[in-house]
Design a binder for this molecule. Structure first.
Ligand SMILES: Nc1ncnc2c1ncn2[C@@H]1O[C@H](COP(=O)(O)OP(=O)(O)O)[C@@H](O)[C@H]1O
Ligand SMILES: O=c1ccn([C@@H]2O[C@H](COP(=O)(O)O)[C@@H](O)[C@H]2O)c(=O)[nH]1
Length: 209
């Protein structure tokens, strides 16, 4: 008798606005599941590279529109992990708005997490997901968090963060990010809150038993 095949990976999508707490939810969920059991794809790493543009032009790109992402590569990588194959996830540099030279090998694992503002946007990606989460945090809180983070970690000035927020982040959130909440199985209010995280972690554990 041939040995039983392992069950297919359990794929989780984690979406929500910029600064909603997606990375925090993801980090805590990965800790709860056990990092060795999780393959993590971060959608931010799948921004298109734009070597043909000058630095000034790249800083004017609308990074909150779906067209800013390399969906073909993201679909290819999620499919590969789903089939048990490792992928070379690109690395994105927010300070230069460029894909870095190096990539990171993401090994296949029984749980796959895709996290990003538009993680629930693409139907082909959604079809692979067994659990879809939307992290829901008020816009004013998300803006304050983004302001602090982009100045501290992404090399931006206050004026740049405010201008980008008004020109693209806010309108694209309303047009593309917010509507994906209807695809979610679970909406996490107030970002990474303990009861919601415990429920989600218990669901993942039950599905893997
Ligand atoms: N529940 C929370 N309470 C307070 N601060 C939080 C909470 N969740 C996230 N943060 C903080 O807000 C900022 C943005 O969170 P992050 O998880 O990076 O959001 P996202 O990945 O959605 O952009 C980070 O500095 C993080 O530490
Ligand atoms: O070159 C870039 C690429 C993206 N952004 C912004 O990043 C956020 C998404 O990241 P979160 O970690 O979810 O906040 C998106 O809103 C883009 O506006 C950027 O500023 N520059």
């Amino acid at each position: 008798m041939s040995p039983a095949l392992p069950p297919p990976p359990f794929i989780i999508g984690i979406a929500g606005g910029s600064g909603s707490g997606k990375s925090t939810v993801t980090r805590r969920l990965v800790e709860a599941i056990g990092p060795e059991h999780v393959a993590l794809l971060v959608q931010d790493n799948y921004y298109r590279d734009q070597p043909q543009l000058s630095a000034a032009q790249r800083s004017q790109t609308n990074y909150d529109h779906p067209d800013a992402f390399d969906w073909a590569l993201l679909r290819e990588h999620l499919a590969a992990l789903d089939q048990g194959r490792p992928v070379a996830m690109p690395h994105y540099d927010f300070a230069t708005h460029r894909r870095a030279d190096h990539s990171q090998t993401v090994a296949a694992a029984p749980v796959i997490v895709l996290e990003g503002i538009l993680a629930l946007h693409d139907a082909a990606l959604r079809e692979r997901m067994a659990l879809k989460l939307f992290v829901d945090t008020d816009g004013d809180i998300r803006f304050i968090r983004r302001l602090e983070r982009d100045i501290a970690e992404r090399g931006r000035t206050l004026q740049q963060v405010v201008a980008q927020y008004l020109a693209t982040v806010r309108p694209m959130h309303q047009q593309f990010v917010e509507p994906t909440r209807r695809f979610a199985d679970v909406i996490l209010p107030h970002g990474a809150n303990d009861p919601a995280l415990e429920l989600v972690a218990a669901r993942v554990a039950a599905a893997r038993r």
